[in-house]
Design a protein around this ligand. Structure first.
Ligand code: AGP
Length: 609
């Protein structure tokens, strides 16, 4: 998730480009750049680091001109660096482009273009687009853009600039946001409204497949076939801060609602079109490589640790390799049994958590092969690990992790399916069935977010309880742990999660009349057992909120309230059941007037031991 901007008008483009990018820095902040056409050539200034670094750089030399594009980056392909920063150009420098999204088939296109003699300078997927337009261009800018769109696959919002068309920018989008701001004698392009709200409140919201030819005094929008489209003006009535949150009150709520896209972006480049296999180009493992492991070690902290628990279940269940899991701060001081037949997987959203980084270094010292699952390209953990699988959740601003957790779950699931595919530990029909259900998951996460009113009501009703308990068995228990952490860290309510079968060994003593218990019951293999534990707490007059699959008709008989999520395989349902728990925590915190995005005593990335 990057931020892109474009300007064509009568004023110096660099002013709007830099200001617009400043407003989009929440979308990505590891490198930035602008390209401005000075009437003779396209002048590019770009640098690694926050936007302040670019501002510093162009103090000496600010590109001059009244047309330009800009970008602030959230790396997905190619670590943060000057050369990987956008804008990218072709061999001749005639074209400059900025891109937000992922070109999924970039590798095959790049090989083809290199065959044809194109010289690539960066590791990015995006640079392929600059060379592709150079390759197809025969003088007609719009035609060339269309030819490029015929070849690229994935998600994108793109802005193109061409020396032969000094008064024109062309922009288009698929699966990623893009807006055009309508000015007087100038027009603005941006990934999101915060960039343009200070200049105009009249906008066109671009739809998938639309192409806009933008000049200072005209905007011509067509579909991919060239049919003109009359765009409705969307009048923006948000203030700038609300705009950064996309109209949501908090980044946490915005990030909860970004989960369908984050999960889709993390799955789709790695799932074969026919749902028969997971393809992990970033690993390129062989059957022999995987079979050489006699143990997998998962290490992480907080929410990432909870994702690790689900990952352990997936790898043992699907790839049949024994998995140990540890909290990083414990792991590094307990002399773990590790050798060259151990695969250590560290999970970290930020990629900077010091306990996890130290645990990774310790594993390497002991001879393990190491794999990092992280959300930040170029982070310390990404650079330290032998190999990396990225969760493509985009920047996660709120301290309470939500979309990073669900993308960590699908990443661990795909890793387990990949290992089982290499080892042949599950039947092809079962694999196809699971991967088909995986493909439907992003939409199902979306459906889970459709009706939040009942959850809001529960949250309001129980927001002033001192204690809240979460119970579940197997995968439900691991999700219950995450639900309890979310409630604790943002609403400051004392919440505990327990393996449902463990209650009668002590904790049941805490259950008294009126105490809220959130009970997850989605795992068929232990369903009856979970029901009997629910009856145990009900017998002590607890108030029970049940979480169940849509096709469940049993649970509602034993609980006070039930929240249903779409039915899917019990291995995948944790991605759905966690959503109402995230919302429950959010609305409870709201009810108690807590600072949801910046809860007390916590930091987004814990870089101290
Ligand atoms: C989760 O909401 C918290 N922010 C915290 O527990 C977090 O998961 C933990 O600090 C690990 O962070 P990481 O994933 O960036 O390593």
């Amino acid at each position: 998730m990057c931020g892109i901007v474009g300007y064509v008008g009568e004023k110096q483009a660099a002013d709007f480009l830099v200001d617009g990018l400043t407003k989009l820095e929440y979308r990505g902040y590891d490198s930035a750049g602008i390209a401005v056409f000075d009437g003779e050539k396209i002048d590019i200034e770009k640098t690694v680091g926050r936007l302040s670094a670019l501002k510093e750089k162009i103090k000496e030399h600010t590109p001059q001109g009244v047309i330009g594009i800009g970008h602030t980056r959230w790396a997905t392909h190619g670590r943060p660096s000057d050369v990987n920063a956008h804008p990218h150009t072709d061999c001749s420098g005639k074209f400059a482009i900025v891109h937000n999204g992922i070109i999924e088939n970039f590798m095959s296109l790049k090989e083809e273009l290199i065959e044809k003699g194109h010289k690539f300078v960066s590791e990015t997927d995006t640079e392929v687009v600059a060379h592709l337009i150079e390759d197809v261009y025969e003088g007609d800018f719009v035609k060339a853009v269309n030819a490029v769109l015929d070849r690229i696959e994935g998600s994108y919002s793109l802005v193109f600039m061409c020396q032969d068309y000094p008064d024109t920018l062309i922009c288009t989008k698929k699966d990623n946001p893009l807006v055009i701001g309508l000015g007087e004698g100038e027009n603005f392009i941006a990934s999101d409204i915060p960039a343009i709200i200070a200049y105009t409140r009249r906008t066109y919201i671009m739809n998938d497949g639309e192409i806009a030819v933008v000049k200072k005094d005209s905007i011509w929008v067509t579909d991919r076939k060239g049919n003109p489209i009359t765009k409705k003006v969307f009048e923006v009535n948000w203030n700038a801060e609300a705009a950064e949150k996309g109209g949501y009150e908090h980044f946490m709520l915005k990030e909860i609602f970004e989960q369908p896209k984050a999960v889709r972006d993390t799955i789709s480049p790695r799932l074969k079109k026919d749902n028969t296999a997971v393809v992990l180009d970033e690993l390129k493992w062989t059957k022999e490589y995987v079979e050489a492991f006699n143990k997998v070690y998962i290490i992480a902290c907080g929410t990432a640790y909870h994702a690790g628990l689900v990952g352990k279940y997936y790898i043992e269940k699907l790839a049949r390799i024994p998995v140990e899991i540890d909290i990083a701060s414990e792991f590094r001081y307990r002399d773990p049994i590790i050798d060259e037949h151990t695969l250590t997987i560290v999970i970290s959203q930020s990629g900077e958590t010091s306990d996890t980084l130290a645990a990774l270094k310790e594993s390497k010292r002991l001879g393990a092969k190491t794999l990092a699952v992280t959300n930040v390209v170029g982070s310390s953990i990404a650079r330290e690990a032998d190999q990396v699988m990225y969760t493509w959740a985009g920047p996660e601003i709120a301290v309470a992790s939500t979309k990073a957790y669900t993308t960590q779950l699908v990443t661990m699931f795909m890793l387990a399916m990949y290992m089982s595919g290499l080892k042949g530990t599950i039947a092809p029909e079962r694999a196809h069935d699971l991967l088909t259900q995986l493909r439907h998951l992003p939409d199902q996460v979306g459906r889970t977010l459709e009706d939040v009113e009942p959850i809001k009501t529960f949250a309001k009703n129980y927001a002033y309880n001192n204690d809240v308990f979460y119970i579940g068995r197997s995968l439900d228990y691991y999700v219950a742990l995450e639900g309890a952490l979310k409630l604790k860290e943002i609403s400051y309510i004392h919440a505990e999660a327990y393996a449902a079968g463990e209650l009668k060994h002590g904790t049941l003593a805490l259950i008294e009349s009126g105490v809220p218990v959130i009970a997850l019951a989605t795992q068929k293999s232990v369903y009856e057992k979970t029901l009997s534990n629910i009856k145990e707490v009900k017998a002590r007059d607890a108030v029970i909120i049940g979480i169940a699959a849509a096709d469940d008709t049993e649970l509602e008989k034993y609980v006070d309230h039930v929240i249903k999520v779409p039915t899917t395989d019990e291995l995948l349902i944790p991605l759905l059941t966690v959503v109402p728990l995230q919302l429950l925590a959010y609305y409870a915190a709201i009810t108690r007037g807590c600072d949801v995005d910046k809860p007390r005593n916590l930091a987004k990335s814990v870089t101290v031991e």
